[in-house]
Design a protein around this ligand. Sequence first.
Ligand code: MLT
Length: 324
Amino acid sequence: MKIQQLCTIAALATLSTAALAEFPEKPVVLVVPFAAGGPSDKIARDLAEAMRKTLPQPVIVENAAGAGGTIGVAKVARANADGHTLLVHHIGMATAPALYRKLSYKMPEDFEYLGLINESPSTVITRPNMEARNFGELRQWIAANPGKVNLAHAGLGSASHLCGLMLQSALKADMTTIAYKGTAPAMTDLLGGQVDIMCDQATNAVPQIEAGKVKLYAVTSAQRSKQAAIASAPTLNEAGLPGFNVSIWHGLYAPKGTPAAVLGKLNGALRAALKDPDFVKKQEALGVSVVSDNRLEAAGHKKFVEDEMNRWSVVIKAAGQYAD
Ligand code: MLT
């Protein structure tokens, strides 16, 4: 190898070390592809606060809502791959490719996988004046009102949409679905009685359940939750829908091509945040468990998303749901 080539490599190595030493040299933005105030936004804001403790720059949240989260995801796919624009997103990362015929980003190749953050059960909740005393009576009421039950969700591919889709097909129910830009605005209408039912993440539902403002009928995960406000709720599996199992996970992503050294620094800040006692306490208070396994590594995170893509494409195709 010629001396000039060695000098170039040495110069680039120095440059990258210097660049890494500076990173981040400006605020790090966590893009949330749903409206402010919803579960994804809440998780991102708590994560930003925890990551700030190990990064020498502010970590801020930016909401880019719409189209079931795909608008915000596309925004990050197109962002500069310098580590200052990241994405906090959930199961929609794995479901959008099966739901949307024209996506403006490619999965899984348009992203770097910084690690999985958490897993949360969803809850089957209704407007506060619902008369059904348990899930069995709610099921009868839904069957007796074909086409009249309004189910709220956050757009095609959102967690609430997928969970609502699974619920409708498991019940063989005919419900009218109402889309919002997030389950925060959807929750406002549920509390007001404008819509009847929603399948929403515990992150969003628990505070309303604790306040007695919505009625809880079941949780969607395979096991009951340990969180006090929802611990008494049966799983849908127990309540007559055998095999029903929907858990909503969130992950952290960077645009493809972000330098490996920057990815390593961001993964380190994520790992520290997931061990931060304040962050863990906030997540557990909402019935959410923090990830601590190999899905915190890029390969484990990416393989998990690819497996979820395969799982959900079967469910979505069977339900015949598509968006152009
Ligand atoms: C939100 O943050 O609004 C939710 O994640 C929307 C959804 O996916 O249901």
